[in-house]
Design a protein. Structure first.
Lengths: 749, 749
């Protein structure tokens, strides 16, 4: 420790323009530190989870070493052999570096050195990758993004064995491999490197990591601040349709840290991509903290990196799976290695939150560095506490003023609403303003479809985005929100959508029995305002909490409104008549409608429509105040899907035609359970007798919910004044209601 | 213990025609015994799982006691309140009886007495149940079956509190409730009582249980031997279409024990119904063992009851879920209370197989009797061993000569084939000769659809069988077997199907790397023989075991053959061209075809068809030797299903038209894996380059499997001689093969 303290003093004394040499004189210093390694070695055999992690990784790496090193000539997309092989190489090299430091067995150092020299021999004459699909082709991989992954990991491996190499060996590696590699992904590919995007974050971190190991100030500046004159023209697009350069665009790691993160740590692309970007953010942030602490990169923007980890953990369901907002692959969860990194680093360099330890326990592995040791020691010492996820409202936008995502949770994730009123979310954004998904524990009640892609599965379009991602997954009708006249929000135009965001009307989770989030979208359709209010309510007489959904639309013109409910499960019962065609036809021609078959078409039987389903052994009922002129459409995904790229998921859609301003009011009510083992069917009926829109004008919208046993609940929303302090008075059906603040919920038993 | 031994001596001395009085002088003696209760009480607090089970059941029963007793006037089907309430009453009363004996708290005895007298007061004037659907309506429930359930459990409750009641009280209960109840389900409903059927088993056991408690010889005879003159005419049908009386029909508990069980313990209706019938079989068998051991009912037919439990446990997947042969609800498993009973009793009264203890550990509960105590003590003492499921061939039919079910397992249930070549299986049987399902661990690779019913869910047809059970689930095309000319096996005629069964050709699991089952069906279609051979093979060069499927048909006439594969998962890739209609139409008009939409129609691109899918994170490839004139149909269930009673499951179907005798040869090959967390796609390509039928005539069928890396494997089947000792010699492609026995598998690397 003494040595480290002296170094730290020197670092504090160092000025920004001082040579880096003095700081990088010892290795490892990037992620592992000499003091950290000493502590690890002193604790070996005494910290069960750490020891187990060492053993697991040792088994993995030893098996790879036994196989021998292969650095094939690149040729494949992400599903193919050469891609997988190079990926496994850098992952294994990084692990071997940690093992070398911890176990001090020379075979690991030799493995890394041999691998690096194989790459050195190959790289000099390597052309760009033969696959031509990417807007920024790499050399080892089909895109610069993956080449950057390689360098982020390899820099750590190099750091770990730096001291075992001769000066000549290091010169050779740096001159023939690392510097050309860093130049290739940066100055030779500014369209990849010089943006605000998760791709660029990886690129910046890669250049920065190797800069720190090599003590190269020029590269470090390029990592932090980007390329000054990138020669890019405005308006170019990447493979996902995202802009490459917009006016006034900043670049470099700090810009990437600044822009996509909101002050709450929400990452505008959504949790799936945040999970992906989090690794280079944290790992390079930490390297900067170790090597150049005075620059305070790690704590930049009021500790947004650590806040980002907290936001990310809160954007998971009860099973730890990320909500698939925007492009997100379902099933990705906090069990991914990037989140092991995030949890361990946040524990060690944040405030040692003992709740993080319970997630680390579930992950059942820790990093092989000082943060992993600290986590494993915390668990060993019984400090772990359950990670409690509460309701949370995460603002979007650099300054937190571009809408957001509200997550309302009742109980221990018994019911979780994910309400999206955010900005577009860059090129991975979907056109789904004011959409939502709903979970009971880890099960989807109403789903967000996620992306249309089989990540890394070569048979499906090389593992890349499928065309159905654009024709279905990104469309408005693919989401639980309002589609007007079968058009997408912003007509599906990225450049327009990117200029707008929804606005929070209010968010209030103070009363755990009535939690409300309300937001307004004014730009998705011309001359149209959509105001959606969602409340998670636990009311007497109801077995479980339910969701109240009020979607109020103002429009001067008559429109067709489609409000779908993507229920997960099998239809149980309904209270309306419908025709079932024997021949299935697509519901429309484009904007996603071409992928929906119409399995049934009906009309409400009265002023209320009820529809129940059974999903994951639990019952759910939708009750909606409908007009008799509404259409009720039962849809099934799968039309115009010749390659079977889409799941055969169902929806109930309420269609209201020839209507100007209108309001949809609905309740999604979880109830009861069914087990195929006990064969007991419990509480399979809705508790709602009637849902009525009892008032709806510019000032107030009021919904009454009549229970089957007689009591009536009223939810009143102030449409024009969201102030907490405003006092309201409203007479409904002869009864006077008085309250303070934007809403009232009252239940009369 | 002393007292018990004296009683036992007396029992042995008792002659068959001796009065029952001497044997039933002490209570409880039915399931719990006085000695058993003493032992339980002496061990309280010392056997963790037993103590936990007592506590759980105490919590349950105490909650019910706190709610108060309700015996509502019967009115509902199985999904409704009165049904559920009466069901919960008898379940709770039985548990309260056990608690009374164990805890000697009078409140439990009082609860049972009060409940019994409420029933006594109600029963005398109770009409038959108002719901009219059943062929044998009960009084408390819509069918006598459920009334019988009531009596089986209530007899145990009565036995437990027998000694707490006065003679007058007992007379009142027996004369006004129990005897009329027993008479109603037997002599007043012979069409229910006097059959060989799981319904009758419940009825017989119910009458027998109460007979033993009341010491009533007439009722006991009726239980064991049925009603001598039932007045039933031949040919009547029950609600499921099963015959009520056939010529020469026996009746009573012993007949039900004799007939549906094969000597191997396979129950002809299939595991789902065996699970249901097992409880009355075992519980009445055990009561007889306790009260009339000299009659040897429990060990009847060479211990077929205990063999039945073993068969049942072997008819589960790796998650303990029963294979859904015939009418079977998916998800039902050995976690059901009936299997707790079965496992505990089999452990105690069988040979104390320590492997049963590991299942009891998973069940995490034991019976509150001496068998449950023994199991819990065994677990406490560390005796539990893993329950190992091996390959097994279970013969069907009373004498074991009516076909059977072969289960081939590789490794630790890594691949499990369930091959059905059995008899019809009474009224719950499906028309699927030579069909199969395939599992990797607990996941279905190719499914058996199971039943079309939402058991006990009132919203779905009162929880009863849906019409889709007949129009889809029972049909031939709903199964992984051959349909000819779009007709069902035996034209879907139960009376014809019931007269036939398939025949085993041979079964050989001695070589764990090549396990084979082969059977012949000659009656399903006129003048047509189907011979199917299935082999689970683990071969060098293949990551996982695969299934080889040879279906050889002999027919004089030209037919259309449909061979479907109900794969579970999402289509990944294929090697053939197909057209995808934008409008979906049903594939046919009846026999199940009316429920299938055609999502794609193509032709083989050559002599091999390959088709891959991803299911549960694992890859699978079907490789089949096809003709260029074959049609390849991609189907999706759901047509003509207005109530959404069917799942939207998919199949690939090979259709061969205008063909007389022919052979289908295919391999189902599991390989690789995919995880949405690691996003690693491993071994997603088939290892098979080519599958060829190299010889196919009356004597031999030979299939060659060429590996992508070059080696070739050959499977040769002798079609005319299944003898183990026969020596064969065959020349193929210039090479001479010699072997002994019905098949050869050889792999040349």
């Amino acid at each position: 420790m003494k040595k480290m303290k002296i170094t730290a003093l020197l670092l504090v004394a160092a000025a920004l323009n001082a040579p880096l040499a003095v700081q990088s004189q010892e290795h490892p210093n990037l992620i592992m530190t000499k003091a950290g390694v000493d502590k690890i070695r002193n604790n070996l055999g005494q910290v069960p989870l750490f020891d187990a992690s060492v053993q697991n990784i040792k088994d993995e790496v030893d098996a790879e070493i036994a196989l021998g090193i292969d650095t094939p000539i690149p040729k494949d997309f992400s599903g193919g052999y050469t891609h997988q092989r190079h990926k496994l190489n850098f992952l294994t090299a990084q692990k071997a570096g940690a093992l070398y430091q911890i176990l001090q067995d020379d075979k690991y150092a030799k493995y890394i050195r041999d691998m690096l020299f194989q790459y050195e021999a190959m790289y000099q004459d390597l052309p760009v990758h033969p696959q031509e699909r990417s807007y920024a082709r790499g050399k080892l991989f089909w895109q610069c993004l993956n080449d950057s992954n390689w360098l982020v990991y390899m820099a750590q491996a190099y750091d770990a064995v730096y001291d075992t190499l001769t000066a000549q060996e290091r010169d050779k590696l740096e001159n023939n491999l690392f510097r050309p590699f860093a130049d290739f992904i940066s100055i030779e590919n500014p369209q990849f490197y010089n943006r605000v995007h998760n791709h660029s974050t990886w690129g910046n971190a890669a250049v920065g990591m190797i800069a720190l190991v090599m003590d190269d100030k020029e590269l470090l500046d390029r990592a932090l601040y980007g390329i000054e004159d990138d020669g890019l023209e405005l308006g170019g697009r990447d493979n996902d349709g995202g802009f490459i350069k917009v006016a006034g665009q900043k670049a470099g790691f700090l810009a990437n840290l600044e822009d996509p993160f909101s002050p709450d740590g929400y990452y505008t692309e959504g949790p799936y991509y945040q999970r992906y970007a989090m690794y280079p953010f944290l790992i390079f942030g930490l390297a900067m903290k170790h090597v150049k602490p005075e620059m305070q990169v790690f704590s930049h923007k009021d500790n947004v990196l650590l806040k980002g980890v907290d936001a990310l953990l809160n954007l998971t369901d009860a099973d730890g799976e990320f909500f698939p907002l925007n492009d997100g692959q379902k099933g990705m969860s906090y069990y991914t290695p990037a989140l092991v990194t995030a949890v361990d680093i946040t524990y060690q360099y944040g405030n040692q939150n003992p709740q993080l330890l319970s997630i680390a326990e579930k992950q059942n592995q820790v990093l092989l560095d000082q943060s992993g040791l600290a986590v494993a020691m915390g668990i060993r010492d019984g400090k772990a506490q359950p990670f409690v996820k509460n309701s949370i409202n995460l603002r979007d936008g650099q300054a937190g003023d571009q809408g957001g995502v509200g997550v309302l949770r009742y109980g221990n994730e018994d019911l979780t609403l994910v309400f999206k009123y955010a900005a577009q979310g860059l090129s991975h954004g979907h056109y789904d303003k004011l959409s939502y998904s709903l979970y009971e524990k880890g099960d989807e009640v109403l789903q967000d479809y996620g992306l249309a892609r089989f990540v890394n599965i070569g048979q499906k379009g090389g593992g890349n985005y499928l065309k159905e991602n654009k024709t279905w997954a990104k469309t408005t009708i693919a989401h639980n929100t309002l589609s007007i006249n079968e058009q997408m929000h912003f007509s599906g135009k990225y450049e327009i959508a990117s200029e707008h965001h929804s606005d929070l009307y209010f968010y209030d989770d103070t009363n755990k029995n009535v939690q409300v989030v309300s937001a307004i979208e004014s730009n998705a359709y011309p001359d149209t305002q959509m105001h959606r209010t969602m409340a998670v309510i636990k009311s007497d007489g109801f077995e479980k909490p339910f969701l109240l959904d009020i979607m109020k639309v103002k429009s001067e013109r008559k429109n067709q409104y489609d409000l779908p409910f993507y229920y997960m499960g099998q239809v149980l019962s309904d209270n309306f008549e419908y025709q079932s065609p024997t021949v299935l036809k697509p519901l429309g021609d484009d904007n996603g409608y071409q992928h929906l078959y119409l399995e049934g078409k009906g009309k409400p039987s009265g002023s209320n429509t009820q529809f129940s389903w059974l999903g994951n052994g639990k019952y759910y009922t939708l009750t909606s105040a409908t007009d008799e002129s509404d259409e009720l459409l039962l849809t099934r995904l799968g039309a115009n899907d010749p390659d079977f790229n889409l799941r055969r998921d169902a929806a109930l859609m309420i269609r209201r035609k020839d209507t100007a301003s209108t309001t949809f009011a609905s309740v999604i009510e979880p109830h009861g359970s069914y087990s195929p083992v006990s064969e007991l069917s419990v509480n399979s009926d809705s508790s709602i007798a009637q849902l009525t829109l009892v008032r709806d004008d510019d000032k107030y919208t009021a919904v009454s919910i009549a229970h089957v046993k007689g009591q009536e609940s009223i939810f009143i929303l102030s449409n024009s004044d969201a102030a907490k302090s405003t006092q309201h008075k409203l007479k409904l059906n002869g009864k006077v209601y008085r309250w303070t603040g934007p809403y009232l919920y009252t239940s009369a038993l």
